[in-house]
Write a protein of this length. Sequence first.
Length: 122
Amino acid sequence: MLKNKTCDFCDTKAAVEIDKTFLCAKHYFKLPPVILFAEESVEVTPEPKKPLPSHWSVLLREIRADAGLTQRDLSRKTRMSQRTVADYENTLEPRQLSIYKVERLLSALGYELDAVLVKKNV
């Protein structure tokens, strides 16, 4: 989370900044290929040599950093290994996440994990 920044698309606290655009987790996960700004649109294309960062990895790292905790501090609070926390924050080789471990990490950071059922139109 970024201090004193709100999402450019809603009033929620911003989690990340991409190309001078502040986004909350909701809008970050729904990031379209083109981000629309007030006056212009900018094409967002990833460089082919660099892997795209895992959304959860970036979000978990930002939340932990905002709380002022190191990976070791968070691992002690959650009774997980520091290696597990590091793997969950790894953006180059994202790890398959356990929803239960994510819930433990978020709970230790003062957040709750909510799930929303979305029906797909087939």
